[in-house]
Ligand binder design. Sequence first.
Ligand SMILES: [Zn+2]
Ligand SMILES: [Zn+2]
Length: 430
Amino acid sequence: MTPVVEKLGAAVEDWVQAHTAQLVAVRRHLHAHPELAYAEFETTAYLEQRLREAGLSPRRLPTGTGLVVEVGEGPGPTVVLRGDIDALPLADLKDVPYASTRQGLCHACGHDVHTTVVLGVALALATLDGLPGRVRCIFQPAEETLPGGATEVVSAGVLDGASRAFALHCDPSVPVGRIGLRTGAITAACDRLDVTLTGPGGHTARPHLTVDLVDALGRLITELPGLLSRQVDPRAGMSLVWGSVDAGVAANAIPQRGTLRGTVRVLDRDAWQGAEELLRSLVAKVAAPSGAAVEVDYVRGVPPVVNDPRSVALLRAAALETVGGDEVVLSPQSMGGEDFGWFAERLPIALARLGTHGGGAPLDLHRGTFDVDERAIPLGVLLLARTALHALEADAAVLHPQAAPPPGRTGRHEAGDTAGRPPVEETHRG
Ligand SMILES: [Zn+2]
Ligand SMILES: [Zn+2]
């Protein structure tokens, strides 16, 4: 660690200690006022106000909701930190003072925490002098949709000029005080598959004279996952799970229409590229003998988040300073999807897992009972703030490899320190 990073990191630590209660209050406010994807208007206005009060100049994203704000000025690299701001269409089942005040809406994926953490970093860094570059904080809408608000952030050029991007996600399977890291894929690709079958309908006494639509749906339900397991390398981890089936009303009438809806998840990015074509052909083959007309609506969702090794090393350096070596753990690859993976189309990325389990029964994500141990919030701020400082130092060395350290920056890299190497050229782009 260079003296500059050490000094600024210590200043962030002081800020976090003095502002932990405010950070928790922000999180509780967000939790009590959840908003759905692309409708995060109040959340956006709330964040905008906090940032302006700190003398920062946030801009609305082209998505209508969400913000981008830069902290720091002058030359030097730009590092992106991303928080997601949307909630889920779920009822909040918790009996806590900060429970959702909006019926049927809940921050059940911890995005209130991610938002609070990135806001905290922006506010903390705004108090510092001599930031060796710029930290661009993105408050991104609509993570819970497919293909996700991240696609619009990427296509609108919000990442332009930045050297790398970081994010974190709450992990309720990890105790609070621990940080999970992983190089390579840390989440899975996730697509959505809707299949609609149609036929003439008829009497259940005479299935041979019509298309037995419910039987055909049943074959798709049971045969498709099995066929997939024989068509795809098992190591690719491709899994189809149905979440919805809808057909018919009467016990003795064959319906004219039926629909299946499910998700296709893939651990491997290359296998994901071929998933749509494969699923379309398998659906057609399995449904063909029934005679039903088949319509497939396949939505390309999100790629896996593939963590860049160099960026993970920067996260690790920050995690070691924040929680110590014993509490930095290897995170398994999750079958969950996360649209932050789209950011890797433009720059190296890394996502960390923030332990939020405070004891008792595990509280899984996407349930109305989900909650976090709020001690995770100041740790998240320290982690991402320090990560940004390390990244600015490392990427400044890439920008100006021959230049003497500018005033205020005393860091020269030690022998064997890889911080001066250019960012690893991604093999997973495209
Ligand atoms: Zn989620
Ligand atoms: Zn999430």
